[in-house]
Write a protein that binds this ligand. Sequence first.
Ligand code: ZN
Length: 55
Amino acid sequence: MKCPKCEGLMYIERVSDFFIPFEVWNCINCGAIIDQTILENRAKSRPLFEPVGSQ
Ligand SMILES: [Zn+2]
């Protein structure tokens, strides 16, 4: 897994959002965070909905 921003090395970190644990990718170089939801949305040609105002 390479960082899409800087192509730096990324590592998985397990975090929990309230009661739901999930894994996110962290870039050790620039600190970018990519979670599984983002990856799944990118994999689909037509995501059902996009988060608004997150970027
Ligand atoms: Zn990066």
